[in-house]
Design a protein around this ligand. Sequence first.
Ligand SMILES: *Cc1c(COP(=O)(O)O)cnc(C)c1O
Length: 232
Amino acid sequence: MQGIAENIAAIRKEIDEAASLTGRSGSDIVLVAATKMNDTERVKSAIAAGVDACGENRVQELLGKYEEGAYEGRPLHFIGTLQTNKVKYLVGKVDLIQSVNSLKLATEISKCAVKQGIVQDILIEINIGAEKSKSGASEASVFELCEGISKLSALRVRGIMTIPPISHDEATQKSFFLKMKQLFVDIETKKYDNISMEFLSMGMSGDYRLAIECGANMVRIGTGIFGARHYA
Ligand SMILES: *Cc1c(COP(=O)(O)O)cnc(C)c1O
């Protein structure tokens, strides 16, 4: 697992540099390891090497690795597409659900949280590129969604998340990240109940430096830490 520790050290260095360009330090940025398709042993090595949190995509995979103790010692985030019928497996188990994209999903999470007597932290996922293939809330619907979610007292919205369109053009990438940063500021200004903009979650292996330069304070990195995923 030598590779994992070395990769994380290199990423931390890049994070420090990008953060310093915006007057922040690396410790202001939360490094989430995107752990999909990496087994418990590899997740544990990433934790030992100092990632701040683990982010999992699939409920089934999360539950299996959870049972094996994969995430012990670090907060666990859910970052994948979530169906309402799977919500009950996550609430109370994960520290942050980053991928809340509708009032229907938020309402279901809130119901489960009420049942358990807890408050569940979430992020709102925004489909900033308006792509048909992606599941976030549309930019236009975000404020209405915030209105609705702010009435669900068993939820606490702690920020927003996005997966922007794949682009190799830096100006295009940057325009999406800056739109997110503006929404982050605008939502905070509204002072909704139960909603505070603490985390701006954007940036993956290929674009996390640019995302940080545009204001991200939470990045989700898979390939850069673990190497290429091998899809069966
Ligand atoms: C897989 C995944 C990542 C990490 O992607 P890499 O390109 O491997 O760094 C980040 N966010 C989400 C939601 C993911 O599913």
